[in-house]
Unconditional design. Sequence first.
Length: 150
Amino acid sequence: MMEYKKYLSSDLIILNPKSLDKKGLLLEFSEQIGKKIAIDSSKIFKILLDREALGSTGIGHGIAIPHCKTDIYDSISILVALSKEGILFDSIDGKPVNLFFVIVASSKSQASYFRVLSNLSRMLQNSSSFEKLLQSETTDELYQTLMDSE
């Protein structure tokens, strides 16, 4: 099983986020994650912003993987968002992002954290998995596609 699947939750799947800019998206994502894991969303937001300040996590080809490690959380959570139209996110290729994978991880779970990043990267390099994700029409469909992908 791909490591990232252990940390997915159907209530951390967003179809067409409300925000249309990078900062607004990070805030929206932080609020969702904060609610789910019962941690102050402003702390998550600050950590994600600090990470983005080091360099954009928009890796190109319509994908962004905002991620951070923190001492205020003891596991790993992944939020997945799909924007059909795409949202500008300072990606390295300058193109809008359709798929966001937001990872909040404990500083202590370094090995799992890197496996999650590696697994996501491998799954996203599979063009049929990527296309199926983009074609999702509901949050349930997006979640199921993620769970079914290799």
